[in-house]
Design a protein around this ligand. Structure first.
Ligand code: BJW
Ligand code: ZN
Length: 244
């Protein structure tokens, strides 16, 4: 199967990739929906919402502080690096990630679309201004806007919560990449959260060969051309090394 996937990639005109939390699992960052993904018995669906933030911003920020601290200690793994390497070899390549952890950037990926935002960005709920803040754990929760204006609004994480739209320009580019891809790799995502999971269907309907890399079955496993049951950090380096 590896050589068949390798051949697909080698002869592809355009490759697009969708990653999810599973690609960062081997960097020590818990996924959302596997065992170990819970924080104080909360699910992402409980905390990653505008309603949860309105009700208890400190609680939501404590969750993000916990995650920021874990991510700050983590390093990109062989899966992240393999995708950065693949990008160098394929002229038309797009990496679409649902992850907010920044590990793809740190591995060197450049043609990267972050459809769910970035945990290291803070956005003011009053004036909308954004700033980067790389401190692993923020001391004051919730943090205040630092735009220098009079707003004094709460800052929130610069990520996309349930019920919120995805950044329109980034989403448009993601749909275009999925629709134009000859090969679409789906890596480490449960494919349960929409509209991200819809990219797999769009790619397939537009004629792409879809390849899934995931140790577990997902709702898209049965529709894809290949489903490779392996951890991303093991599978992706094999794929890249064999495309040389
Ligand atoms: C490994 C591994 C290893 C483990 N190697 N793999 C259509 C149908 C039904 C519902 C909806 C729909 N359209 C919209 C909705 C509602 C909702 C939704 O999808 N709900 C579902 C839960 C049912 N979607 C939304 O609300 C979205 N917005 C929207 O649609 O707006 C439209 C609109 C808005 C306003 C007006 C009008 C229209 C927004 C979704 C935002 C999701 N946000 C989060 C949080 C981001 C910020 C943060 O990180 O804090 O995004 S939730 C969370 O889930 C996060 C993730 O990106 C996302 C996906 O999770 P992912 O990455 O797939 O992780 P897991 O844990 O689920 O899976 C891990 C996988 O890895 C597993 O399969 C493992 O097996 C695997 N694995 N080890 C490889 N080593
Ligand atoms: Zn502000």
């Amino acid at each position: 199967m590896i050589s068949a996937i390798r051949d697909l990639i080698r002869t592809a005109r355009s490759v697009a990739v969708l990653t999810g939390a599973g690609i960062s699992a081997e960097s020590g960052i818990p996924t959302f929906r596997d065992a170990g993904g819970l924080w104080r018995n909360f699910r992402a669906e409980d905390l990653a919402t505008p309603q949860a933030f309105a009700r208890d911003p400190k609680l939501v920020w404590e969750w993000y502080n916990w995650r920021r601290s874990l991510i700050a200690q983590a390093e990109p793994n062989a899966g992240h690096y393999a995708l950065a390497e693949l990008e160098k070899r394929i002229p038309d390549f797009t990496l679409i990630t649902q992850n907010v952890d920044g590990l793809h950037d740190r591995a060197g990926s450049m043609r990267l679309l972050k459809i769910h935002g970035d945990i290291w960005t803070l956005r003011c709920t009053a004036c909308g201004c954004e700033r980067r803040d790389l401190r692993p754990s923020l001391p004051q929760l919730p943090p205040l806007c630092e735009c220098g204006g009079p707003c004094q609004g709460f800052a929130r994480p610069g990520v996309v919560w349930f019920g919120e739209g995805l950044p329109p320009a980034i989403w448009a580019k993601s749909e275009e990449a999925a629709a134009n891809a000859d090969v679409f790799l789906v890596i480490g995502t449960s494919a349960m959260v929409y509209p991200a999971a819809g990219l797999v269907h769009l790619a397939q309907a537009s004629g792409a060969k879809v390849v899934e890399v995931n140790p577990a079955e997902t709702p898209v496993s049965r529709m894809v051309a290949f489903t490779w049951r392996a951890p991303a950090a093991e599978a992706l380096p094999l794929l890249v090394n064999q495309t040389e």
